[in-house]
Design a binder for this molecule. Structure first.
Ligand code: FAD
Length: 290
């Protein structure tokens, strides 16, 4: 099913995210994760894609396993920063053949290392969106940043990019993680004022271990509220407690979103069906899943 239809038809949706294996030897294990995650009955499952496209075959195979192996709608991420047109067209053809109907079209992060060649035809996500739109048949998603993309000089510049995404065929947006819901509410207000009308799915990251915390604190621009920092200070060295606290924090964030009318939530589950399952269990009455 197209995600645009899902967002239109269902009052509340909860989706989750997987990343594909780096090597073929990990494929079977990754498929077990897909099965365990699918058993939680998310509305759709997304599969990430390396910015350089090196894991593209595994990403497509995982999308196929999600949708055709387990009957859950798949959202395949696709990046363009290092991709040329024939490669993109080949990927689109492969996804179409598999019956995948949803693509999250992304630029990808600029490569840190020198010597990696950038795409000659796709400079921004909106260029890829136009390509997918012209190819036809896909529901197209895009990324958005409640705290502004780190490369954007201002919120207005960021909003201009989102407007371009909308004009290039983007059907829905998924947000970067955020830990303070007020930031999202403020962002939604900015979108409204800029007359950007695409549905927004709120991205929630359950932070359940110290490694994730270190990664997030090095991400520029993601605000860590005091309440979140207190949890990390108290529990980061105690893995079992940190996991429980991280699940509770994400659960509370989602309840507050739903209470404020933000009805579509994407959980960055990072291949952890146990964590996704705990959050969904906490929400089972509210979102009607058991
Ligand atoms: P763009 O929309 O191209 O924006 C990048 C920057 O360029 C922004 O500052 C924007 O304002 C500016 N810009 C855009 N268009 C123009 C224009 N026409 N002229 C001038 N400036 C412009 N990365 C991966 O590698 N794989 C993934 O699977 C992945 N999944 C993600 C999922 C989500 C929900 C999110 C939020 C991010 C994801 N990312 C992923 C990270 C993403 O690739 C990076 O954040 C990247 O830096 C920007 O991607 P974008 O698609 O938003 O790019």
């Amino acid at each position: 099913m197209k995600i645009s239809k899902l967002l239109h038809d269902k009052e509340v949706t909860v989706s989750c995210e997987l990343f594909p294996p780096k090597q073929g030897t990990e494929l079977e294990k990754a498929k077990t994760v897909v099965r365990d995650m699918a058993a939680l009955k998310p509305d759709f499952m997304s599969v990430t894609y390396g910015a350089g496209g090196t894991n593209s075959l595994f990403a497509a195979e995982i999308a196929d396993e999600i949708q055709n192996g387990n009957g859950v709608t798949a959202l395949a991420h696709l990046t363009c920063i290092a991709a040329e047109r024939p490669q993109v067209l080949e990927t689109l053809g492969r996804l179409r053949q598999m019956g995948i109907e949803n693509i999250l079209a992304l630029r990808g992060d600029l490569p840190a290392a020198e010597g990696i060649s950038l795409s000659s035809c796709y400079h921004h996500a909106s260029d890829l969106m136009k390509e997918i739109r012209d190819f036809g048949g896909f529901c197209i998603g895009g990324a958005c940043y409640p705290e502004c993309h780190p490369e954007s000089k201002s919120f207005d510049e960021d909003l201009d990019s989102l407007k371009r995404k909308e004009e290039s065929g983007c059907d829905f947006l998924t947000t970067q993680m955020f830990f303070d819901n007020d930031i999202l509410y403020n962002f939604l207000y900015r979108l409204l004022r800029a007359e950007i009308r695409i549905p927004v799915i709120a991205g929630i990251m359950p932070v359940t271990n110290a490694k994730q915390i270190r990664r997030i604190t090095t991400l520029s621009g993601t605000l860590l509220p005091r309440r979140f920092r207190m949890i990390v200070d108290r529990f980061a060295d105690d893995p079992a407690s940190m996991k429980e606290a991280g699940i509770a924090y994400a659960t509370e964030q989602i309840i507050d979103l739903l209470a404020n009318g933000v009805n579509h939530v994407h959980i960055y589950t990072m291949n952890r069906p146990d964590i996704a399952g705990s959050i969904l269990k906490n929400l089972s009455c509210i979102i009607g899943k058991s």
